[in-house]
Design a protein around this ligand. Structure first.
Ligand SMILES: [Zn+2]
Length: 106
């Protein structure tokens, strides 16, 4: 059981969900769209709508990965590649706590 990883993943998941809400919110806004002020914590970005759709897809993918990683925490396999079972390097987990594959299978 890795409580630190679980806490980190849940925090990240909440952050991604918040970002997705911010991205989908201004779609009704047909005029000038500035996400910059809606996205906090140094991730401020100005994106047009096409980029927003792409970003939403990316966030959805990230959300899926985080969900998979949280499942791995639950079943005790977190930190191991789900393809080959080898330990995922610590540096990779620090950069991507939701990683569930080693560098070779990522
Ligand atoms: Zn692997």
């Amino acid at each position: 059981m890795d409580d630190h990883a679980r806490t980190e993943l849940e925090a990240k998941r909440a952050e991604v969900v918040a970002q997705m809400e911010q991205l989908s919110a201004p779609i009704q806004d047909q005029g000038s769209i500035s996400f910059g002020k809606r996205v906090g914590d140094g991730t401020a970005m100005a994106v047009d709508r096409l980029t927003a759709v792409g970003a939403h897809d990316n966030l959805q993918g990230l959300l899926d990965e985080i969900g998979t990683a949280l499942e791995a925490v639950e079943d005790g396999s977190y930190g191991r590649c789900r393809v080959c079972g080898e330990a995922i390097p610590e540096g990779r987990l620090e950069a991507r706590p939701w990683a569930t594959t080693c560098v070779r299978h990522g």
